[in-house]
Write a protein that binds this ligand. Sequence first.
Ligand code: TRP
Length: 74
Amino acid sequence: MSDSTVNTDFFVIKAMEDGVNVIGLTRGNDTKFHHSEKLDKGEVMIAQFTEHTSAVKVRGKAFIQTSHGELVND
Ligand code: TRP
Protein backbone atom coordinates (compact mmCIF):
# COMPACT_ATOMS: atom_id res chain seq x y z
CA MET A 1 0.00 0.00 0.00
CA SER A 2 1.46 3.35 -1.00
CA ASP A 3 1.68 6.23 1.45
CA SER A 4 -0.92 8.21 -0.48
CA THR A 5 -3.56 5.53 0.02
CA VAL A 6 -3.00 5.14 3.76
CA ASN A 7 -5.98 6.58 5.58
CA THR A 8 -5.03 9.80 7.31
CA ASP A 9 -8.15 9.89 9.49
CA PHE A 10 -7.73 9.47 13.21
CA PHE A 11 -9.98 7.45 15.46
CA VAL A 12 -10.47 8.00 19.17
CA ILE A 13 -10.94 5.41 21.88
CA LYS A 14 -11.83 6.51 25.42
CA ALA A 15 -11.77 3.83 28.09
CA MET A 16 -14.91 3.74 30.26
CA GLU A 17 -13.40 1.20 32.66
CA ASP A 18 -9.94 0.10 33.74
CA GLY A 19 -8.09 -2.40 31.61
CA VAL A 20 -9.52 -1.70 28.17
CA ASN A 21 -7.31 -3.29 25.50
CA VAL A 22 -6.71 -1.75 22.10
CA ILE A 23 -5.10 -4.36 19.89
CA GLY A 24 -3.56 -3.53 16.52
CA LEU A 25 -3.69 -6.14 13.75
CA THR A 26 -1.22 -6.26 10.88
CA ARG A 27 -1.94 -5.31 7.32
CA GLY A 28 -1.23 -7.82 4.55
CA ASN A 29 -1.53 -11.58 4.06
CA ASP A 30 -0.92 -12.45 7.70
CA THR A 31 -3.35 -10.96 10.18
CA LYS A 32 -1.57 -10.92 13.50
CA PHE A 33 -1.67 -8.97 16.72
CA HIS A 34 1.28 -6.58 16.72
CA HIS A 35 0.49 -4.21 19.56
CA SER A 36 -1.66 -4.23 22.65
CA GLU A 37 -2.29 -1.00 24.53
CA LYS A 38 -3.99 -1.08 27.90
CA LEU A 39 -6.08 1.95 28.82
CA ASP A 40 -7.45 2.73 32.27
CA LYS A 41 -10.72 4.53 32.86
CA GLY A 42 -10.69 8.00 31.35
CA GLU A 43 -7.61 7.40 29.25
CA VAL A 44 -7.87 8.27 25.59
CA MET A 45 -6.00 6.82 22.64
CA ILE A 46 -5.91 8.75 19.37
CA ALA A 47 -4.60 6.64 16.48
CA GLN A 48 -4.65 6.01 12.75
CA PHE A 49 -4.74 3.06 10.44
CA THR A 50 -1.27 2.84 8.93
CA GLU A 51 0.77 0.77 6.49
CA HIS A 52 1.37 -1.60 9.42
CA THR A 53 -2.11 -1.58 10.98
CA SER A 54 -5.27 -2.43 9.05
CA ALA A 55 -7.60 -3.42 11.86
CA VAL A 56 -8.09 -2.74 15.54
CA LYS A 57 -9.78 -4.88 18.14
CA VAL A 58 -11.14 -3.23 21.29
CA ARG A 59 -11.82 -5.31 24.39
CA GLY A 60 -13.67 -3.71 27.26
CA LYS A 61 -16.06 -0.85 27.76
CA ALA A 62 -15.03 2.10 25.64
CA PHE A 63 -16.36 5.03 23.69
CA ILE A 64 -15.14 4.83 20.11
CA GLN A 65 -15.28 7.69 17.64
CA THR A 66 -14.42 7.27 13.95
CA SER A 67 -15.24 9.08 10.71
CA HIS A 68 -17.95 6.42 10.25
CA GLY A 69 -19.65 7.25 13.51
CA GLU A 70 -19.55 6.76 17.24
CA LEU A 71 -20.35 3.79 19.41
CA VAL A 72 -20.08 2.46 22.92
CA ASN A 73 -18.44 -0.93 23.20
CA ASP A 74 -20.04 -2.69 26.20
N1 TRP B 1 3.44 1.09 15.05
C1 TRP B 1 2.02 1.04 14.79
C2 TRP B 1 1.75 1.49 13.35
O1 TRP B 1 2.40 2.41 12.87
C3 TRP B 1 1.32 1.95 15.81
C4 TRP B 1 -0.16 2.00 15.63
C5 TRP B 1 -0.79 2.83 14.74
C6 TRP B 1 -1.16 1.28 16.32
N2 TRP B 1 -2.13 2.66 14.83
C7 TRP B 1 -2.41 1.71 15.79
C8 TRP B 1 -1.16 0.30 17.34
C9 TRP B 1 -3.62 1.20 16.26
C10 TRP B 1 -2.36 -0.21 17.80
C11 TRP B 1 -3.58 0.23 17.27
O2 TRP B 1 0.88 0.91 12.69
